[in-house]
Design a protein around this ligand. Structure first.
Ligand SMILES: NC(=O)C1=CN([C@@H]2O[C@H](COP(=O)(O)OP(=O)(O)OC[C@H]3O[C@@H](n4cnc5c(N)ncnc54)[C@H](OP(=O)(O)O)[C@@H]3O)[C@@H](O)[C@H]2O)C=CC1
Ligand SMILES: CC(=O)N[C@@H](CCC(=O)OP(=O)(O)O)C(=O)O
Length: 316
């Protein structure tokens, strides 16, 4: 139930990369009003608390520690507490929060719509989970399969600090990272893909602003019943039939894929590349790390949480 005539939203951290992207998308959306704090007071706890009590929904676009503080502040408002959507990593595997991937499973969109607290997903896990979960659910990919997820992101994924180092020419043009195998996205990737064995995750970042590819190599002989690439494709296509934003495409014929084609959209594409003779396949997800990987996904969740789903679909 809206506190005013139309739902109101406060973006805590609206000057950052994700906050700005959400703001721009919401400004183009009819039926919501944005509320802000004077920029000089944007980190002031009293100013935040007062605004939180007035709005219907707060979006947290903050580093993890600040997101935890803001979430506690909102909870302390009791009956005046707004709904929360957290873009940080802080609450993604917290059982008191609903994971904000509407395509995760049947009924997930309804769970997001009804939830007081929703955790927006990480950009890389969005691609990995949407590739893996249907195959585990279908019994094609054993849950203890030794999964490796390789990925490349545009440099905006690292927020304001990384954007600056790339645009000042102070960052290598390409870099593997996360090689300590403790990347913050692994827990959500494992939990929501329903994998019993911790996946190996090897992210990388390149000299392009935005766009992302997430890929998972598979040995067909280790899948249930030596599943074929066609069976993997069919399982994914059936899972996302009728989805507004996720599509399952035949692989391109030249065996190449670039990461930027979906930039500035909330779309995500899945493909299965296979070679029966070699007994191998590679699953690939393409998305915009700032779109379906962050701000686009946030606006999709806001649409569900505030009953604006139709407007979000129309604007996408
Ligand atoms: N970039 C991406 O692709 C994605 C990022 N995310 C997540 O979103 C969150 C924000 O990331 P991102 O936008 O990239 O980061 P940025 O560094 O671009 O922005 C963070 C913003 O938060 C502000 N901030 C920090 N502390 C406070 C506070 N206590 N109160 C109010 N504002 C504060 C910062 O201000 P100042 O600079 O002045 O400190 C900055 O404007 C992170 O948790 C990140 O993990 C999620 C999905 C994708
Ligand atoms: C290139 C780069 O540095 N990417 C970020 C992830 C960006 C992202 O979407 O992660 P969150 O949603 O969890 O913030 C990283 O690997 O930490």
């Amino acid at each position: 139930m809206a506190k005013g005539t139309i739902p109101t939203i406060f973006i805590d951290g609206e000057a950052g990369t994700t906050g700005l992207g959400i703001r721009q998308r919401l400004e183009a959306l009819p039926g919501v009003a944005l509320r802000s704090i004077d920029p000089e007071r944007r980190k002031n706890p009293e100013a935040k608390r007062a605004l939180m009590a007035e709005v219907d929904l707060v979006v947290l676009c903050l580093p993890d520690a600040a997101a935890k503080e803001s979430a506690a502040m909102a909870a302390s408002l009791g009956a005046d507490a707004p709904k929360l959507l957290d873009a940080s990593t802080a609450h993604r595997v917290d059982p008191d929060w609903v994971y904000g991937v509407p395509e995760l499973a049947p009924g997930q969109g309804d769970r997001i719509a009804a939830a007081p607290r929703v955790a927006n997903p990480g950009c890389y896990p969005t691609g990995g989970i949407l590739l893996l979960r249907p195959l585990v659910e279908a019994g094609l990919l054993p849950s203890d399969y030794p999964v490796t997820v390789n990925a490349v992101s545009g440099y905006s994924g690292g927020g304001k600090a990384m954007i600056e180092t790339f645009e000042e020419g102070e960052h290598p043009a390409f870099e593997l990272y996360g090689l300590a195998l403790e990347h913050k996205h692994v827990p959500e990737l494992q939990a929501y893909s329903k994998l019993s064995r911790r996946p190996i995750f090897v992210p990388s970042v390149g000299a392009f602003r935005q766009g992302m590819l997430v890929s998972v190599p598979l040995h067909l002989g280790l899948l249930a019943g030596n599943a074929s690439p066609e069976a993997l494709h069919e399982a994914l296509a059936a899972y996302y039939a009728g989805s507004d934003f996720v599509s399952v495409l035949p692989p391109t014929t030249d065996g190449k894929l670039e990461p930027e084609a979906l930039n500035n959209t909330n779309k995500l594409e899945l493909r299965v590349y296979g070679n029966d003779a070699r007994g191998q396949a590679v699953l690939v997800a393409r998305l915009d790390n700032l779109g379906k990987g962050a701000s686009g996904a946030a606006v999709q969740n806001i649409g569900l949480m505030l009953g604006l789903g139709e407007a979000v679909r129309a604007a996408a």
